[in-house]
Design a binder for this molecule. Structure first.
Ligand SMILES: *[C@@H]1O[C@H](CO)[C@@H](O)[C@H](O)[C@H]1NC(C)=O
Ligand SMILES: *[C@@H]1O[C@H](CO)[C@@H](O)[C@H](O)[C@H]1NC(C)=O
Ligand SMILES: *[C@@H]1O[C@H](CO)[C@@H](O)[C@H](O)[C@H]1NC(C)=O
Ligand SMILES: *[C@@H]1O[C@H](CO)[C@@H](O)[C@H](O)[C@H]1NC(C)=O
Ligand SMILES: *[C@@H]1O[C@H](CO)[C@@H](O)[C@H](O)[C@H]1NC(C)=O
Ligand SMILES: *[C@@H]1O[C@H](CO)[C@@H](O)[C@H](O)[C@H]1NC(C)=O
Ligand SMILES: *[C@@H]1O[C@H](CO)[C@@H](O)[C@H](O)[C@H]1NC(C)=O
Length: 383
């Protein structure tokens, strides 16, 4: 049951910006279609140990933010082009002065935008900034829904108390969105905020998720640490239907980078009827040595270890989590100037963009991978 992988069908999706044109459209000879994967009833043969027994969810943090500026249209689009169609788009909601919700990864504008041009920029220095030149505009939540049509939307609301001090009403904004059936998930690290909306959302399909920060960090509305709230899941259940925890809450890592044995948090939360989502998955940062640098192995240890499975993972590289779940897709690419060739056990798809990559990067994406080289983007797909 390790990789649950079948093959890929490349079908259609058009995908372009002014500066970078990615138009793919191929049918691969000899590749098993995704239909056969879907038909193999893997979940029926191997029930998942998630709370519902359903397939774990893949939540793309700001889209495919491991590659493109977090929360840019390209980033969100690419998470669907190169990942599962069921991927959930994550948006960190900030309010503008006039009370509009926008998706921005950082409350400090300098850190994630080019302020002069008001466009999104790569905030993580170790990642390529080559796409910044595309001048991605900041998206409102409604832009995101209209332009990307995400399968589901996850709104993360980090600083309600801060906005309240500025007389901005996040609660009202959220209720406005929910009238339009917009969010599927709403997460927040503030007990007070979730408690204030839980009544209004009880009858809706939107799930409220309580987000744990560092174990020693004080939760501002209860004045106790997140570590102690973790011991009081009965209380958490009164205002949330799930929890979002950093991955080390589940598999702690020693200071020297070795994995310790798992904690009971997933089982404890499931017993309480709470779903568990794990965050902080990224392929380009150091993770425990026990995974031998394989980010796919890391995801599998959270969803497919025979003992428990988290109900979803929040990741900057959604393709890896989709691959782990065996839900790599149906992607339909419509691409000019496409070159593909078999490389060993994989497929290399190359396409040209109008932008020269000044700083080529090569990134491991589990068994799938991509690299950027000069003006080419190369996607490696395992077959
Ligand atoms: C998959 O499982 C469902 C429900 O258990 C069943 O109805 C369906 O026929 C199965 N599909 C295949 C291809 O076996
Ligand atoms: C944002 O930028 C400031 C100043 O450049 C820096 O001190 C701070 O750590 C950054 N915050 C994050 C979350 O990167
Ligand atoms: C929070 O707890 C600390 C010490 O436990 C106390 O000094 C402080 O007054 C408390 N704050 C509130 C708002 O209750
Ligand atoms: C759980 O939290 C609630 C609300 O803060 C509190 O009243 C209750 O005593 C706590 N229970 C335990 C076991 O800590
Ligand atoms: C991780 O690797 C170290 C060193 O090989 C080993 O001692 C430890 O038991 C491993 N952790 C797990 C959870 O397997
Ligand atoms: C990209 O770089 C190559 C080699 O340096 C150069 O020949 C080409 O004209 C450049 N293309 C663009 C669009 O700048
Ligand atoms: C990227 O370019 C470098 C040198 O320009 C080359 O050595 C390397 O093989 C290229 N990588 C790929 C994947 O084409």
């Amino acid at each position: 049951m390790l990789t649950r992988r079948g093959g890929w069908e490349l079908s259609s999706a058009s995908f372009c910006t002014a500066l970078l044109l990615l138009h793919v459209a191929v049918v691969l000879p000899g590749v098993v279609s995704s239909q056969s994967l879907k038909n193999s009833n893997v979940t029926a043969t191997f029930p998942w140990l998630t709370l519902s027994g359903d397939t774990p969810l893949v939540i793309a943090k700001g889209g495919f933010s491991g590659l493109f500026p977090d929360s840019s249209s390209f980033s969100y689009k690419f998470s669907y082009v190169a990942g599962s169609p069921d991927t959930i788009s994550w948006c960190d909601v900030r309010l503008t002065k006039d009370g509009n919700g926008i998706c921005l990864p950082d409350i400090v504008l300098d850190n994630c935008t080019n302020i002069k041009l008001v466009s999104l920029a790569q905030a993580i220095l170790s990642r390529s900034n080559k796409f910044d030149a595309s001048l991605f505009p900041i998206l409102t939540v409604e832009d995101l829904v209209a332009q990307i049509k995400p399968a589901k939307l996850w709104l993360n609301i980090q600083h309600d108390i801060f906005y309240r001090q500025l007389n901005l009403d996040m609660r009202r904004y959220l209720l406005y969105l929910s009238k339009h059936n917009i969010p599927s998930y709403v997460s927040s690290p503030e007990v007070g905020f979730l408690s204030s909306i839980v009544g209004r959302f009880r009858k809706s399909k939107t799930k409220l998720i309580f987000c744990f920060l560092g174990e020693d960090t004080i939760e501002p509305s209860t004045n106790v640490t997140y570590g102690s709230l973790l011991k009081n899941l009965t209380f958490v259940k009164t205002f949330a239907s799930g929890i979002l925890i950093p991955k080390y809450y589940i598999w702690p890592v020693t200071s020297s980078g070795y994995l310790e044995s798992y904690t009971s948090v997933v089982m404890d939360a499931h017993r309480e009827g709470l779903e568990v989502f794990a965050s902080e998955f990224a392929n380009d940062v150091l993770f425990s040595y026990n995974y031998s640098y394989d980010p796919l192995a890391e995801v599998l240890s959270f969803i497919d270890n025979g003992i428990f499975s988290v109900d979803g993972v929040v990741t900057d590289f959604p393709i890896t989590a989709s691959e782990a779940i065996g839900d790599v897709q149906k992607w339909t690419i419509d691409m000019h100037n496409l070159v593909y060739k078999r490389v060993g056990a994989g497929l290399e798809v190359t396409w040209h963009s109008d932008v020269n990559v000044s700083n080529p990067v090569e990134l491991e994406v589990g068994k799938l991978g991509y690299s950027l080289n000069c003006s080419r983007i190369i996607l490696f797909l395992a077959i």
